[in-house]
Design a protein around this ligand. Sequence first.
Ligand code: NAD
Ligand code: DAU
Length: 334
Amino acid sequence: MNVLVTGGAGFIGGNFVHYMIDKYPDYHIYNIDNLTYAGDLTKHRNIEMLPNYHFLKTDITDRRKIFKLFEEYHFDYVIHFAAESHVDRSISDSEIFIRTNVLGTQILLDATKEFNVKKFVHVSTDEVYGELNFDPDTFFTEDSPIQPNSPYSASKASSDLLVRAYYETYAMPVNITRCSNNYGPYHFPEKLIPLTISRVLNDEKVPIYGDGRNIRDWLHVYDHCNAIDLVMHDAPFGEVYNIGGHNEKTNLEVVKTIIQVLNKSEDSIEFVKDRLGHDKRYAIDPNKLEKLGWKPTYDFESGINQTINWYLNNKDWWQSIIEGDYHQYFEHQY
Ligand code: NAD
Ligand code: DAU
């Protein structure tokens, strides 16, 4: 099997590449990524010499090059992660989000159609459903209306609708997955959990937007990877699957848990101005995926402890990122 993973130098795509190499040593994994600020290949140092791992530096919006690669490598599966992924950056400037997330997806769909790929899995997000209120009995289901609130989620929703349209129009072999917030190894330090761990370890302030009562539903990245594996191999074409493990936490709870595990002081918490259009709550009903046979392996407590340990043992990776261009980005946020 030839499996194309787009965005395989990023957080989730990178974990997925490792997951696939470990689980399916007879598959060839092709990682297409143009290495934006969020992509790095050091995470693949221990697999780069393997004969079944291939890195092809390419921008998914480069139609000519994408078609050439599809023609040359005969991909059986396309697992599409590549995207601009950070909500705050989309609020500052949304243009690249539309280009990469919408146009890039359309080009990959066209190539998938042209070269008879067996399946295209579009990795999307629960944010396309907008926000929930604080009623703990409400969840996003696959039938919830698409009501994105940020430029990022609007770009992802647009790409979801393109995938749906290609299924309806051309009967293409597609699935869409919509996962909740991920955490785990190699999470870029602009996002809440790695930002908190890295700043607490460096004795720096942790910015919490608004009152910290917004809720996110956290899933360990490994459980996202095994859900995609299941959808890739077993899901009927055209189906959408929500992915989430019932781990709802307020942002303040998440930050306080990390501070406690690291045995540091809550004085590092700093309440700052709220994110524009900040969604109140996300929560996933994963019933449809569970019926297909999926079960998460991590609860939040074991997952966050494993993740904190990973950051303690891999300071070189995240410290070099926060001392690079990211430093300037972070300073401009406040
Ligand atoms: P990330 O920002 O860590 O990684 C994105 C990767 O895509 C990077 O390696 C980047 O270099 C690459 N990329 C960006 N533009 C590209 C282009 N034009 N051509 C080729 N490669 C390009 O993102 P992530 O957090 O790993 O998210 C991966 C996917 O999962 C995204 O589609 C995102 O919407 C979705 N998702 C993320 C989460 C989450 O909690 N992080 C949850 C649900 C869904
Ligand atoms: O729900 C899935 C989505 O999760 C993915 O589609 C996105 O790609 C991914 O980035 C993530 O989006 P969020 O906006 O939920 O993640 P982020 O880590 O940026 O923020 C999580 C929460 O923490 C959110 O309510 C905003 C808040 N926050 C974030 C940062 C960076 C803070 O309070 N302070 C911060 O400094």
